[in-house]
Ligand binder design. Structure first.
Ligand code: ME8
Length: 519
């Protein structure tokens, strides 16, 4: 271990629905990043989980004819097992019903209360159950919630309020001083606009009377109320790091980055940092915000039935083409568009053709001309130098982009190396060299160099396509490579393949896909 720490969280998803393409993207992106940082030798903590409380879940439980506790636990199990079946390597799947989380919520509520930052007030406003909050003028359009396009309810209640607006000046200064807190930049600007005077964002109602909502964590200073679901949910990030009891919570917490979709920028960009500040706690390291997926050019929604079940994608095409498409297609921070035909096209062009062919022709020729073992190369010539530099450049680019959460750019860099390796083979034409005994050295050098490039590609693909990368490396005779690898440096190394290492051809790494509609 380098001693460097990297903690990463996904949102904890509401259990009134099931995982769809949007949740899959956040979780897969986080998994790829966590895998990369592990391969870089860092101490990684990766957390995902489920948000079980609140009116939405209580309503869904009623519709299902179950108690909220039973319903929420049952659906949380489905979420967790979905990620398990997709080989998402989280360190903890947190549930807001977990005992340590409940204790942490009570503790932070008390801390903010003790600091004189919570007030009891009568309030009247428009409430959107979809958002689980009172709306401001800016949140509505033609009398409807902008996000949910439903009519909010007029509600009058006595509730507890967190004096959030008192922290806006501090937050603005923090964001000016530390622009890296929220990236990409457009989202930092959005948060700054939200907290600017006149934006309509005020104090935060953090309680719900039990007569209206019983399914939640009781407020520690008034047993007639439960916590507002966001006030409870955001604390998962701290409780997951072991706050307040575990001795190492602070180191983990200070290394913590939250990965979220743009829909929940306000709670993460405004509620959460001000809550932490009011409680006298340090801020998270960063907030990284991605855009939204549309499916067949429409918003993802239950009523449209276009939610894209990741397990169904796995059953139809194998999981990695789907994983690849999500990570490669979406420019991190911007919206993306999913279309099954586009996914198939990308998989066939880039995975089957470019990468699959590179591997199969290299290993087929190695089998045919070099008895299936990595050949002994001569000294590098100009073509080898170009390829060697391309390996080093790809390793540097992957590291650079992943540290900035630009997963699409990192993948693009790996596939530039795939293209460079294919071009190298085309130019060297080893099949011609194989016809002349005098060119045996050239042939050996070409195939050894193609194997070296494939080794770099296999290592660099490990965070993105873990299964395919492990298989690719195994075929190169490097079954253990990932166990000991240290990225990015190991992927930039050229002379790491031992001549004489047995390779194996195997079947197509990525069989060509055809559209499947029947299930
Ligand atoms: O908001 N495109 O949970 P949630 C991309 N429980 N990502 C999407 C998406 C889309 N179309 N739809 C959803 C909640 N997501 C709260 C979070 S955290 C303390 C509490 C992803 O189930 C994206 O990450 O509605 C988004 O932020 C999240 O799912 C919302 O999940």
């Amino acid at each position: 271990m380098s001693g460097k720490k990297f903690s990463l969280t996904t949102p904890i998803y509401y259990v009134n629905g099931l995982p769809h393409i949007g949740h899959s993207y956040s979780t897969i992106a986080a998994d790829a990043l966590a895998r990369y940082h592990r391969l870089a030798g860092e101490a990684v903590y990766f957390q995902t989980g489920a948000d079980l409380h609140g009116e939405k879940v209580q309503g869904a439980a009623e519709d299902a004819g179950e108690t909220p506790a039973h319903f929420a636990a049952r659906v949380s199990d489905i979420w967790q097992s979905t990620w398990d079946r997709l080989d998402i390597r989280y360190d903890r799947f947190i549930r807001t019903t977990d005992a340590d989380h409940r204790r942490a919520v009570a503790k932070i509520a008390n801390a903010i209360h003790d600091a004189g930052q919570i007030e009891f007030r009568e309030y009247e406003g428009l409430y959107c159950v979809g958002c689980e909050r009172f709306l401001t003028d800016r949140d509505t359009k033609d009398g409807l919630c902008r996000d949910h396009e439903t009519k909010p309810e007029a509600r009058r209640e006595a509730n507890y309020f967190f004096k959030m607006s008192e922290h806006f000046d501090w937050l603005a200064r923090e964001l000016e001083r530390h622009p890296e807190l929220i990236e990409p930049e457009r989202y930092r600007n959005e948060v700054l606009a939200m907290i600017r005077e006149g934006s309509g964002l005020e104090d935060l109602c953090i309680s719900r009377p039990k007569e209206r909502l019983s399914w939640g964590i009781e407020l520690p200073f008034d047993s007639n109320y439960v916590c507002y679901v966001w006030f409870d949910a955001l604390v998962n990030y701290l409780s997951g790091c072991g706050w307040p009891d575990k001795p190492d919570w602070e180191a983990r917490w200070r290394a913590c980055t939250h990965l979220i979709g743009k829909d929940i920028l306000k709670p993460h960009g405004v509620f959460w940092p001000t809550m932490l500040h009011a409680a006298g706690l340090p801020l998270f390291r960063g907030l990284r915000v991605h855009g939204h997926w549309q499916v067949e050019a429409r918003k993802v929604s239950k009523s449209l039935g276009n939610m894209i079940d990741p397990l169904r994608m796995k059953a139809r095409y194998g999981f990695e083409p789907f994983r690849y498409f999500l990570l490669r297609e979406m420019s991190f921070g911007l919206d993306g568009s999913f279309n099954e035909d586009a996914m198939i096209e990308r998989a066939n062009a880039q995975l089957s053709n470019a990468l699959g062919n590179l591997l199969s022709r290299t290993l087929n020729m190695t089998a045919r001309y070099c008895e299936g073992v990595v050949p002994e190369p001569d000294d590098d010539g100009p073509d080898e130098t170009v390829l060697r530099d391309a390996c080093a450049a790809a390793a540097t680019a992957v590291d650079h982009h992943l540290r900035r959460f630009e997963l699409h750019r990192a993948l693009e860099a790996v596939f530039q190396l795939v293209d460079a390796a294919n071009r190298y083979i085309d130019r060297r034409e080893p099949w011609k060299a194989a016809r002349t005994a005098a060119r045996a050295g050239e042939l050996r050098t070409t195939l050894a160099s193609a194997c070296r490039a494939l080794r770099s590609i296999g290592l660099l693909l490990a965070p993105f396509l873990p299964e395919a990368s492990a298989e690719l490396l195994r075929r190169l005779g490097l079954g253990d490579a990932l166990r000991n690898a240290r990225l990015p440096d190991d992927a930039a190394r050229w002379n790491m393949l031992i001549p004489g290492t047995p390779t194996s051809k195997g079947d197509a790494l990525f069989p060509r896909l055809e559209r499947q509609d029947d299930d």
